[in-house]
Design a protein around this ligand. Sequence first.
Ligand code: SF4
Length: 242
Amino acid sequence: MSAIDLNAKASPDYERKLAETQQLLIHAAAEFSPLTQANSLGAEDMVITHLVNSLQLDIPVFVLETGMLHTETLELLERLKATSRAPVNVYTPVQESVVQFVGREGKDAMYRSIELRKGCCHIRKVEPLQRALQGQRAWITGLRREQSTARAEVPLIDRSEPRTKFNPLADWTWGDVWHYIAQNKVDYHPLHDQFYPSIGCAPCTRAISLGEDFRAGRWWWEDEAAKECGLHVKNTNEGVAA
Ligand code: SF4
């Protein structure tokens, strides 16, 4: 059974939410320049890029290519680059940092401690994110309140950091996301059809079982409270939501 068959079910107020999301993206593009969209190639981000392209908004997209992504993710990235109207910019880690870290700690260091896992995330995600956001006035993410308890309060517009963060799908359900994908024939990550609701780097992502939490397949060996990669943790020192 595909992820569409399993999940596509619009909320009663889906049309209102969709219209609100479109208006928010139009407003963001008109009022916040330069602006960019973070796309992890998961379902939510693919929906947002599809909206950006169908509304013909001048919002470039960026992808963090950590060097640890699934083959299916890299293939989806190539398809996105080939079909997106909006430019797709790819950011990779500083190779010297990766070589030093892996040489010192080994390639499976992330399983040994939270500190080492966060160290890997810093080199492969957080530092490239900082480069991607440099000079940007605002950015767009696919965060949804439903995704985890840590995200339960996500606002549509987050002005708590110097760089404004738009979360246009904040109040969308998982069913809404898949309804949009089905209605608009959005290209999506094939691992979603294999019970991967949330997809990150290959060593740190697994499929989930029926009844498991949405993000149970991410860093599954860690406590729930530690489960953010650092991309959406407030960091007032650096002035970005990294
Ligand atoms: S998700 Fe895993 S492999 Fe990817 S950067 Fe973080 S620790 Fe490293």
